[in-house]
Design a protein around this ligand. Structure first.
Ligand code: PLP
Length: 438
């Protein structure tokens, strides 16, 4: 049958991104998805599941939005592609850059477009380094990121990624990357001092760490970061690849902390995954310095920087987010999700700390809640597998001795769907708990 044929072809020919290669070879894909509608996904075998992750934290407006397909088709029929290099431009890219300037925090006002988040982060590092060359401080080349951070898989963004397994995957990196503790501003200060402040170009942080295990920064963390960066003259970059476009209950995650970065990276939710797009925004001041000091060419650009179709889709996606008040819904449903996690925590012994901001949430799995002792073998991956069988997609994080299940459902999720998600999760944890506690 067709499913078996596709399973065999997948195993033989498809090298999956970020996947356990041996398991993939032995078992093939667990789902071959064919359709999506709202928060639901359907596979070839006819199973339907709640997409509790918005796929890869990105399908913010939910699946099956015909108006996004229509806008993509119209743009592709009119002008599928043209260059944005040098003096060429196109209307969707111009209008999207202007719209982003309107919705971004503070004076972030100029956008460099990429095709995704890894490229956005690599672009930010290069622009930060070039900025300091223009400013006559070429020694400022180091990029400080945080432990438990995830910034993508291009060479620069891999080097910035604090999660060690991603760096251990290869044996050579971009030079001039260093790491500070993910929650300690004292450690950030010490890293800056020990590296030499005059050698540091920028500090980059996710407002909420997603792939690294759902870590919400302490309340004053980013205010202190901003003032440390100002004190040492270091650029502050936020990586809003997950936290942008309403995910946390505000347009951008950093807004929870009342500070503005000098540069901001985005991707994912800008198109809700309907097209490949990312970018970096610069503050008005940095942009002005660039234009005033630069005498040569900005020698950084991707073929698809400012892709007309992707930009047209992004504009329509943002229109939907605003029209349907999805940011407000993320805030309301996010507190419902956290309440649901707390209820499960009260019911089930193996649930430790629960955490979240807006529609990003996580539950830590523990053997003993009092001592925070972990299971020898992580249990979160078992929960993820069992939840999928019961109709819920979620994700496990086991890096750095963590044992956490994380969630990021579409921003359109309603009360009933949230209750269903929490019920499935509870039943799954109850079943797994009965197995692992004996
Ligand atoms: N930055 C963050 C915070 C991310 O979570 C991701 C992807 O998950 C990236 C960057 C990389 O983005 P992409 O996979 O689009 O290259």
């Amino acid at each position: 049958n067709v499913i078996q044929e596709l399973m065999d072809l997948d195993k033989k020919h498809f090298l999956h991104p970020t996947s356990p290669i041996k398991q993939q070879q032995d078992h093939g894909p667990t789902f071959i998805f064919t359709e999506g509608k709202g928060v639901m996904l359907k596979d070839m075998a006819g199973n339907t599941v709640i997409d509790g992750m918005s796929s890869l934290w990105n399908v913010n407006v939910g699946h099956g939005r015909e108006e996004l397909g229509k806008v993509a088709m119209e743009q592709m029929s009119k002008l599928a592609f043209s260059s944005c290099f040098a003096t060429y431009s196109n209307e969707p890219a111009i209008r999207l850059a202007a719209k982003l300037a309107q919705i971004a925090p503070g004076d972030l006002s100029a956008t460099f477009f990429t095709s995704g988040g890894s490229e956005a982060n690599d672009t930010a590092y290069k622009l930060a380094r070039h900025y300091w060359i223009l400013k006559g401080q070429p020694n400022r080349r180091k990029i400080i990121s945080r432990t438990k951070s995830y910034h993508g898989v291009a060479m620069g963004s891999t080097s910035a990624t604090g999660l060690k397994p991603f760096r251990d995957f290869i044996n050579s990196f971009d030079p001039d990357f260093c790491y500070a503790d993910h929650f300690s501003t004292q450690d950030l200060r010490e890293v800056i001092e020990s590296e030499g402040p005059e050698t540091v170009a920028a500090f980059i942080a996710e407002p909420v760490q997603g792939a690294g295990g759902l870590h919400v920064a302490p309340e004053n963390y980013f205010k202190e970061v901003r003032s440390i960066c100002d004190e040492y003259g270091i650029l502050f970059i936020t990586d809003e690849v997950i936290t942008g476009f309403g995910r946390t209950g505000k347009y951008f995650g950093i807004e929870h902390y009342g500070v503005t970065p000098d540069m901001m990276c985005f991707a994912k939710g800008v198109t809700s995954g309907y097209a490949q797009l990312g970018g970096v925004m610069l503050s008005e001041k940095i942009h002005q310095d660039f234009t005033e000091l630069s005498t040569g060419t900005l020698l950084h650009g991707y073929t698809y920087s400012g892709h007309p179709m992707a930009c047209a889709v992004a504009l329509k996606n943002i229109e939907i987010i605003e029209r349907e008040n999805l940011i407000e819904n993320a805030e309301i449903m996010g507190s419902g999700m956290l309440k649901g996690f707390r209820w499960i925590q009260g019911e089930r012994q193996i649930v430790g700390k629960v955490k979240g901001l807006g529609l990003m949430g996580g539950i830590e799995i523990v053997k003993d809640r009092k001592t925070n002792e972990r299971f020898q073998t992580p249990v979160a991956p078992i929960i993820v597998t069992e939840a999928a069988k019961r109709g819920l997609i979620c994700r496990s994080v086991v890096f750095d001795n963590q044992d956490t299940v994380v969630f990021s459902p579409p921003l359109i999720i309603n009360k009933e769907e949230m209750e269903r998600m929490i019920d499935i999760l509870h039943d799954t944890i109850a079943a797994v708990e009965a197995e692992v506690l004996i």
